[in-house]
Design a protein around this ligand. Structure first.
Ligand SMILES: [Zn+2]
Length: 463
């Protein structure tokens, strides 16, 4: 990033002492990453609010609604989102390229052929423009009858909130430069069958992008749960346990050696939990070990099916009287997804989490490939991996097999192999992260094909 470095290389004495015991004595420690505070502070609750107010003003944004009007319907909303990206791009000297990939589709909820169009802004990376991190939200909205294209469907929270987060992260992050490309996706067709996610995943394949992750934000702005809980301090991040594209051979190997809870998507969720813990106040990630909420889906699913890591970000306590409902009052209960159901201070925290995650991923080197372990019938564990462009060192991680988050780590400097003395390979899970000279660090990659971030399923089975 082009933000000034705060105290580069500064490590408090007691931390340095602790690290020096664990690390190779001759390997200089990486600095702490800087610049994230500026990004967090730039996120504005007022910007988020004005975006959602604008979206609600289009009446309905149903995928099959009017596309010609400039005042009402999905067409007007799409053109507004496009204009917003263009304006943000102007403010950063043309750093955003705006494209509108589309497909004509039919399906259970699209009986006649209809065009599903996404509005996408691309901020090209300075070092490796084919390495891509994606953020998505969906523009389309609905009421009780999913085929009702006429009634007002404000969709303030589902998914005006996610769309506002996508646009706000573009506004904030476009002021900085990153090594990898960031793609901001405002999708359509979600409520009709996750079509917009497929349109963007297909576009990514056509472009030859190496998608490191998609952060799909869907229903992220409400803090008054139907369960009676009011909570503005937690956001849920859902991640699949094993890869959607895992082959039968890979599954067989994974059942034997482990990896059920270590897909790359899961390690992105852990990365986000760590970002929140280190950088945000009174706000944390609750990881959920599922692809999505029970029996429901989102636009991260087509990414997973394309072999790309992806997570779903959703508020901690949903209110179902405000989702997919005709606007009405029944027995004293008000139904409908109106703007008064959005907590903008909370939504700003969600936006900060996304902005910091995108910035950290795009500033870090790529996650290492070829991570593997050896050590059967021995008292030491050896880990090796392939070198990563732009990495000046690596950290090896391990944890108890029952632990949700990585527990132990060792900085090994610029190596591609290390041996952990007296750590028995049977008793822990192992991974590796890559670190740049400025301290930005990739997600941890779990050893073996189960954890690999490579877009296509790796064909080499674990030994
Ligand atoms: Zn939604």
């Amino acid at each position: 990033m082009n933000t000034p470095s705060l105290r580069p290389g500064f490590v408090p004495a007691f931390v340095a002492l602790a690290l020096s015991c664990a690390a190779h004595a001759d390997a200089p420690q990486p600095p702490q990453p800087s610049g994230l505070r500026d990004i967090a502070e730039a996120v504005s609750a007022d910007e988020l609010k004005s975006t959602i107010a604008k979206l609600v003003g289009f009446g309905t944004r149903h995928t099959l609604s009017d596309t010609k009007s400039d005042k009402r319907g999905i067409g007007a909303a799409r053109r507004w989102a496009q204009a917003r990206f263009v304006a943000i791009g102007k403010d950063c000297g043309g750093c955003l390229e705006v494209v509108t990939p589309s497909q004509t589709v039919t399906g259970k909820r699209i009986p006649q052929p209809a065009e599903v169009m996404d509005v996408v802004a691309i901020q090209r990376g300075t070092d490796d423009a084919t390495r891509v991190v994606v953020i998505t939200g969906h523009l389309d909205s609905r009421v009780t009858d999913v085929m009702n294209v006429k009634s007002d469907a404000p969709g303030a929270n589902d998914d005006g909130s996610g769309t506002a987060v996508v646009i706000e992260t573009a506004r904030v992050l476009s002021k900085h430069k990153f090594k990898a490309t960031i793609v901001y996706g405002v999708l359509s067709g979600e409520e009709q069958g996750l079509y917009g996610g497929k349109v963007l995943a297909d576009y990514a394949k056509q472009q030859g992008w190496q998608v490191e992750t998609d952060l799909n934000n869907d229903i992220v702005g409400n803090t008054r749960g139907q369960d009676g809980v009011n909570d503005n301090t937690i956001v849920r991040v859902f991640s699949e346990g094993t890869k959607s594209v895992e082959t039968a051979d890979q599954a067989k190997d994974r059942r034997y050696h482990g990896g059920e809870i270590d897909s790359p998507s899961r390690n992105v969720a852990r990365f986000m939990a760590d970002i929140a813990q280190k950088n945000l106040t009174n706000f944390r990630v609750r990881m959920v070990y599922r692809t999505d909420r029970y029996g429901r889906g989102g636009d991260q699913v087509p990414f997973l099916e394309a072999g790309y890591p992806a997570v779903r970000v959703t508020e901690a306590h949903e209110n179902y009287t405000r989702q997919h409902q005709d606007l009405r009052t029944e027995n004293g209960v008000r139904y409908g997804d109106t703007i008064d159901g959005v907590d903008f201070a909370y939504l700003a925290q969600v936006a900060r989490l996304n902005a910091l995650t995108l910035a950290s991923l795009a500033a870090a080197p790529a996650p290492p490939g070829g991570v593997d372990i050896e050590g059967a019938v021995a008292s030491d564990t050896t880990i090796h991996w392939q070198p990563v462009a732009g990495a000046t060192g690596y950290r090896v991680w391990w944890r108890d097999t029952l632990a949700p988050q990585w527990q132990q780590s060792r900085w090994v400097g610029d190596a591609t192999k290390t041996t952990l003395k007296d750590i028995v390979v049977d008793d822990a899970f192992f991974g590796v992260s890559a670190i740049a000279a400025d301290g930005f660090e990739s997600p941890v990659v779990f050893a073996g094909t189960a954890g690999s971030f490579a877009s296509a399923p790796a064909d080499k089975p674990h030994p």
